[in-house]
Design a protein around this ligand. Structure first.
Ligand code: FMN
Length: 352
């Protein structure tokens, strides 16, 4: 059941990235500066590649907002790819401009190249790279910023933190770890946690397998490029049940309290009023200067993987992408539970 729905489009080096969102109530005060701030957060982080210096990542709104407020109609967001200027011919729509410039045919291990070429019948792996690239997470973060605007009105806020880069678990060592990796021509991954506060009790459900909010969050995070592990709350591996499960007590005023939150704010697929805590692990970036063995699709000979300008580490950005995705899952559940065609209606239902 989708109440906050959207589609995105756009290739990594295409003209632009676009999203059309449906379901945002009318009357939401729309903060374009906030979307742009979120986009800047996604661009940052030690270890990002040269592409991020080229792109300004500023959003244009071409529908759904008038005089600073949402209309209730679909909202269209557009981010121009500034690098497109250098790729106009290579990414041309017109058949007469067909070129082999920037084509490649050696699979990059860890990317969609091999499976994508078999699935869509592409001989030029550029056709796979362009949409499978994590460049599309820019427009996803813009969509997440719109979701966050709704959450903010309801007093729900989110943050994220990188907790591990490679083997380093200490923040002071993160940049050093990335620098050493870069010098070796290698790449690195890591782990981060996203926390949302003031989430009400009762989002999601246990009544069907696809209604659990834990499952929805896991899908939203697992589908971020390079994310391979998602944890809800504390990783339970190795715990005794008596140490893991969050006991109920009464506080001084006789209200129900939970001294711990190992469950990460979700029990039985439903939010329980505690902070939502989700963590994810990002694998090492698959493109690197260090040579990886591969096979060439055209020559059918062994070769080495195609290398293209790349991040060495993107865990910080990935955490921002994850914050956005948690935001859109929460907003979808909030719209399902509380409804409302206008923000006033939604807020009234929410308070009640
Ligand atoms: C924010 C972000 C930036 C990324 N940057 C790169 C990059 O510069 N080079 C690269 O090879 N992979 C990068 N990735 C990861 C790949 O997009 C991803 O590993 C690849 O598409 C294969 O998908 P999979 O790892 O989910 O199977 C990035 C991922 C994220 C979330």
């Amino acid at each position: 059941m989708e109440k906050f729905r959207f589609l995105t489009s756009g290739e990594s080096h295409g003209k632009s990235l676009t999203a059309i969102i449906e379901g945002v109530p009318a009357g939401l005060e729309f903060d374009i500066d906030f979307i742009n701030e979120e986009l800047q957060r996604r661009k940052q982080g030690h270890g990002r590649g040269a592409r991020m210096k080229i792109e300004s990542d500023t959003v244009q709104i071409t529908s759904g907002v008038r005089f600073g407020k949402t209309l209730g109609s679909p909202i269209t967001l557009v981010i121009e790819n500034l690098d497109f200027e250098n790729w106009q011919k290579i990414m041309s729509v017109a058949p007469e401009n067909l070129t082999e410039v920037k084509s490649f045919s050696t699979f990059r291990p860890g990317h969609a190249d091999y499976a994508g070429s078999v699935k869509y019948g592409h001989q030029d792996l550029r056709n796979v790279l362009e949409r499978s690239s994590a460049r599309k997470t820019a427009i996803e973060v813009a969509v997440g910023a719109v979701a966050k605007m709704i959450l903010k009105q309801l007093g729900i806020t989110g943050i994220s933190e990188v907790t591990q880069v490679g083997c380093a678990c200490n923040q002071e060592e993160f940049n050093n770890e990335i620098d050493i990796t870069k010098e070796k021509g290698d790449s690195i991954g890591g782990k981060f946690t996203v926390i949302y506060k003031n989430v009400p009790v009762g989002l999601g459900s246990y009544v069907h397998w696809d209604r659990g909010i834990d499952g929805r969050l896991a899908q939203a995070l697992m589908s971020i490029p390079a994310v391979k592990v998602v944890e809800i709350g504390t990783n339970p591996l190795g715990f005794y049940g008596s140490d893991y499960h969050d006991e109920f007590v009464l506080d001084d005023e006789g209200n129900i309290d939970r001294p711990t939150n190992h469950a990460g704010g979700i029990e039985g697929g439903i939010t329980n009023g505690q902070d939502i805590v989700v963590s994810a692990v990002m694998k090492p970036i698959p493109t690197m200067k260090k040579v990886l063995k591969s096979v060439d699709l055209k020559t059918k000979q062994e070769s080495v993987a195609h290398y293209e300008r790349s991040d060495v580490c993107a865990v910080e950005s990935c955490a921002v992408v994850a914050e956005s995705r948690v935001a859109w899952v929460l907003v979808n559940e909030i719209l399902l539970k509380y409804g409302g065609d206008t923000m006033d209606e939604l807020m009234k239902n929410f308070k009640n």
